[in-house]
Design a protein around this ligand. Structure first.
Ligand SMILES: [Fe+2]
Ligand SMILES: [Fe+2]
Length: 172
């Protein structure tokens, strides 16, 4: 098998993390939607789509290499938030945790001389740098706004409405 057994196991755990992240972002989007903050809601609905795409990347990589992806249930998610800062801080912590998991996957792939997985995982290493940066910026913006969330809405609309637009244009 191209992908080493320990890597398959860790990637299946990662599939669960990515689907959980997707569902968790829907829960955060719903919180903002209910608070009548449509730009923050739209941002997190988009993040949810991205996380689902991440999960599917792992699913297809395992299929392509003859390994077996396992489609998981997600653990209990957080549905109650005490405010915008709390919700975004929760999101940031989730991204930091996923970054650790990706780094650990890279470590296992390297230890087991699994070069196909190492190459595949590089995209996720870059992606996590971007996701942590975006969430850190959003949390800082909420703190700067000092409770004036319409300012945050404006920031999200102007700066985070299409976070990958630039990168996509470069990739063309
Ligand atoms: Fe992800
Ligand atoms: Fe993410």
């Amino acid at each position: 098998m191209i992908v080493k057994p320990r890597v398959v196991e860790a990637m299946n755990a990662q599939i669960q993390s990515e689907f959980s992240a997707s569902q968790q972002y829907i829960a955060i989007a719903v919180y903002f939607d209910a608070e009548s903050l449509p730009d923050l809601a739209a941002f997190f609905y988009r993040q949810a789509e991205e996380e689902r795409m991440h999960a599917m990347k792992f699913v297809h990589f395992l299929l392509d290499t003859g390994a077996k992806p396992l489609i998981p249930v997600t653990p209990e998610l957080k549905n109650e938030f005490g405010g915008a800062a709390e919700a975004v801080e929760f999101a940031l912590n989730q991204e930091l945790k996923v970054t650790d998991q990706i780094n650990n996957l890279v470590k296992i792939a390297r230890e087991d001389n699994d070069y196909a997985s190492l190459n595949f995982l590089q995209w996720f290493v870059d992606e996590q740098v971007e996701e942590v940066d975006t969430m850190t910026t959003l949390l800082a913006t909420i703190k700067h706004a000092g409770g004036m969330l319409l300012l945050v809405e404006d920031f999200v609309r102007r700066n985070l409405a299409n976070p990958h637009g630039e990168a996509d244009a470069e990739a063309e």
